[in-house]
Write a protein that binds this ligand. Structure first.
Ligand code: LLP
Length: 414
């Protein structure tokens, strides 16, 4: 989020009005990221990155469509005004399996299904002949910012293994399902050096489908575009990215003999940089060589450092004008877990960070938390979910109120 949007005075006022911890999103940043991908026919937001219905509405106002990976995400998309049904549906359901309730919802709303297993095609075909489907293919290789976000290759549970494509197409035909397109998502935080390999694989799959007598309307390049988290990280070259995929699309069109659509399915790229987490310093302590600063949010809010060793930039907003020398600091949260540390690398090794000396009452801003921040939060240690606010120019709007402990307990009042 641009520093000019969130001045220290505004951060203090947001914290005073809405409390901490607090997720804040900047609408202007989201709109700018959407614009950067305008060359694609369809931008389909992978809402798992940030599924607040107000964010979804903002996306829809900008002409963005949406991907859903659960019944809950389908219901969120519908609540935000997205319309399901037909090959050009605004909502697509992507998964590797159906639970019973989700299958029923998909059929009820005729949400096209991006199938990651042949069993899904049989189960859908049995109850909804003619249903629009995409095939998600695992091309046999993938990339990710962490092993946990690499979704291609034989270690990955995702997608239909590439040598099974003809069997999947046979299942499509057997059930009279309507093939819309082919899809690949090989991971999050992908290495762009391999992009031409990915595009080449897609053209090969279109060729196989065509030769097996299938037609299709679109291809999807999936998501995975990386975003800068550290100072000096490069931003993705969206023109280069589009250019490679557009060339693949043209080769596919030459095979099929007609024009097809080109989709992209980003999550992180659209929202990561729009978001910050505001948290308050509540304690500090020394333990041997380490200086700990303890804040009022933990991995119950922002899971990424504990889960992947992810780096998030931080800035201190001091509560007073006292000088603050730089100190090697371990930033930790309130949870009863030694891994509840925001400054750690993969494997859980604590990585102290140079930060201005923090005092109780200061605010700490954790940057680039718009993607996989709030959406991966939990109620661990019986901590209620945190409030979310959207800023848009001068306006500030609560887009999710803070959960209460009473709301947690009510589920158990049987
Ligand atoms: N499409 C599919 C089928 C996906 O599985 C995902 C992400 C995306 C699109 C969007 O990927 P993105 O553009 O956001 O990289 N929790 C991890 C990321 C897991 C992503 C899961 N799937 C993180 O915090 O980095």
């Amino acid at each position: 989020m641009p520093a000019a949007t969130l001045t220290p005075a505004r951060i203090q006022s947001l914290a005073a009005s809405f409390g901490t911890p607090l997720w804040v999103y900047d609408a202007a940043t989201i709109r700018a990221r959407i614009k950067a991908l305008a060359a694609f026919d369809t931008i389909r937001f992978a809402q798992k990155a940030c599924s607040n219905t107000h964010i979804l509405r903002l996306m829809r106002e900008q002409g963005v469509k949406v991907d859903a990976v659960s019944r809950g995400e389908i219901m969120r998309a519908l609540a935000a005004g997205f319309v399901a049904g037909g090959e050009l549906s605004e909502i697509v359901f992507t998964a590797d399996l159906f639970d019973h309730a989700t299958l029923a919802t998909v059929v009820q709303h005729r949400v096209p299904v991006n199938a990651g297993s042949i069993d899904m095609l049989h189960q859908l075909g049995a109850v909804s002949p003619g249903h629009p489907v995409w095939l998600r293919i695992n091309p046999g290789f993938g990339h990710g910012h962490s092993n946990k976000t690499n979704t291609g290759g034989e270690h990955s549970k995702h997608g239909i293994w590439h040598t099974e494509l003809l069997n999947a197409l046979a299942a499509v035909r057997q059930h009279g399902l309507k093939l819309v397109g082919l899809h690949m998502h090989i991971g999050s935080g992908v290495d762009y050096g391999h992009l031409s390999e990915v595009c080449g694989a897609m053209v090969g799959f279109v060729k196989q489908a065509h030769e097996a007598g299938h037609d299709l309307q679109a291809i999807s390049s999936g998501g995975g575009l990386s975003t800068p988290y550290r100072a000096g990280d490069a931003s993705v070259d969206t023109q280069h990215y589009f250019g490679l995929w557009d060339a693949a699309r043209k080769q596919a069109e030459a095979l099929l003999g007609h024009a097809i659509g080109l989709e992209i399915e980003p999550g992180r790229f659209l929202v990561a940089e729009s978001g910050v987490l505001i948290t308050e310093v509540r304690a500090s302590k020394n333990a041997g060589r380490n200086h700990f600063v303890m804040v009022d949010s933990g991995f119950s809010e922002l899971m990424r450092p504990a889960m992947y060793g992810s780096y998030h930039a931080m800035s201190l907003i001091p509560a007073d004008a006292e000088p603050r020398p730089l100190l090697a600091t371990v930033v930790a949260g309130p949870l009863c877990e030694s891994g509840d540390v925001f400054t750690q690398g993969e494997g859980g090794v604590v990585e102290p960070r140079e930060l201005p000396q923090a005092r109780v009452g200061d605010l700490l801003l954790i940057h680039d938390t718009g993607a996989y921040g709030a959406s991966m939060s939990s109620n661990y240690n019986s901590r209620p979910l945190v409030a979310e606010v959207m800023v848009d120019g001068g306006s500030e709007r609560l887009i999710r109120r803070r959960q209460t402990v009473e709301e947690l307990l009510v589920l158990e009042a049987l």
